[in-house]
Design a protein around this ligand. Structure first.
Ligand code: NAD
Ligand code: TYD
Length: 350
């Protein structure tokens, strides 16, 4: 029986990773460590919370003593590290919070793993989940590859870039068995509605304005979250030590085109006349330092480990809309309280 620590497992991507590992690997014990910030929600994991090979621990990766004690107690064989502050707009408002969670938190985990595995790294693995945003912003041409120089442009991407550097440095200096992946924008069930797609679905549903930053010309490469979880599974098990793997959907969309497509899907699902939801699109003040384009070349992962995205975007988006419409209670719960205050502060002058 192997014991694997997943950090941030109550968040969007983490919950899909935890579910996949708990269901597919009965011989693993999956320990989900999460601070339950505004983005962490145990409702995401209701279906597996009673399983014998799953345990939830509430705690903060920034708390060094707590992390050291946890590693001492559970003697983890592996770490899959997803816990982070993850929203660019929040990082612009409060960058320091991102340094604590994303940089200090990661270094605390690295130190604890280094100590625990000091005598024997056989079969051990520290897997750090990162983002394509560390590579900066692309012009009209080109793709991010694993060797693209880091050029982070937002406090969020700067904090993730810093954590990636620490992970590689521990691999190089202390021979910690590390692996890193950098993924493009995810979408799917359980994403907190501060991110573009769930925010737009929620607003369209309630006939509220859909805020599009600037002219809506920025481009993102969208990947269905279950496909990211599948990539994490294969990289954790078969990725080579010390390597980086880019994960992407090969699916670039200009924000405005994506929102128009989403509006048409929502019109259909809600039985609204064609063109109704598009009237909610509202162009608002642009994000400060807004990266223009992200696009991932994931051929290394596809060629080496045989992973590829399983869904076309139109299909994934339709599934995603269905999930949010069928889980209105989930949305109501997460859009109450703290999030409401954030929303009014974020959009007050937009
Ligand atoms: P999320 O914000 O939905 O979830 C983050 C989780 O981490 C939450 O459950 C939160 O409670 C937990 N957390 C935050 N600070 C913590 C702390 N100090 N201690 C313990 N737990 C803490 O984020 P997500 O979108 O699921 O992203 C997960 C990871 O994947 C992040 O590392 C992010 O950088 C990376 N990533 C995200 C995307 C994306 O499109 N969402 C793309 C590529 C990479
Ligand atoms: P987001 O989901 O925040 O992800 P990221 O900034 O990490 O790519 O935003 C995706 C794109 O959508 C990005 O170009 C910013 C834009 N955006 C809007 O136009 N309106 C919004 O209300 C939000 C949240 C994002």
């Amino acid at each position: 029986m192997k014991t694997i620590l997943v950090t941030g497992g109550a968040g969007f991507i983490g919950s899909h990773v935890v579910r996949r590992l708990v269901n597919n690997y009965p011989s693993y014990k999956i320990v989900n460590l999460d601070k339950l910030t505004y983005a962490g929600n145990l409702e995401n994991l209701k279906d597996i919370e009673g399983k014998g090979n799953y345990e939830f621990v509430k705690g903060d990766i920034v708390d060094t003593e707590f992390i050291n004690n946890l590693f001492n107690e559970y003697k983890f064989d592996g770490v899959i590290h997803l816990a982070a502050e993850s929203h660019v707009d929040r990082s612009i408002t409060n960058p320091t919070e991102f340094v604590f969670a994303n940089v200090i938190g990661t270094v605390n985990l690295l130190n604890a793993a280094k100590t625990l595995w000091a005598d024997d790294t056989e079969g051990k693995r520290f897997y750090h989940i990162s983002t394509d945003e560390v590579y900066g912003s692309l012009g009209e041409e080109g793709f991010f590859v694993e060797t693209t120089s880091y050029d982070p442009q937002s406090p969020y991407s700067a904090s993730k870039a810093s954590s990636d550097h620490f992970v590689r440095a521990y691999g190089n200096t202390y021979k910690l068995p590390i692996v890193i992946s950098n993924c493009s924008n995810n979408y799917g069930a359980n994403q907190f509605p501060e991110k573009l797609i769930p925010l737009a679905i929620n607003n369209i549903r309630h006939n509220k304005p859909v805020p599009v930053y600037g002219k809506g010309e920025n481009i993102r490469d969208w990947l269905f979250v279950n496909d990211h979880a599948a990539a994490i599974d294969v990289i954790y098990h078969e990725g080579r030590n010390g390597e980086t793997y880019n994960i992407g959907g090969n699916n670039e969309w200009k924000n405005i085109d994506l929102i128009r497509l989403l509006c048409s899907v929502m019109d259909e699902k809600l039985g609204r006349e064609k063109g109704t939801s598009e009237q909610l699109i509202t162009f608002v003040k642009d994000r400060a330092g807004h990266d223009m384009r992200y696009a991932i070349d994931s051929s290394k992962l596809q060629n080496e480990l045989g992973w590829e995205p399983s869904l076309q975007f139109e299909e994934g988006l339709a599934k995603t809309v269905d999930w949010y419409l069928e889980n209105q209670e989930w949305l109501d719960h997460v859009t109450s309280g703290e999030y409401k205050n954030y929303y009014s502060a974020q959009y007050q002058d937009r």
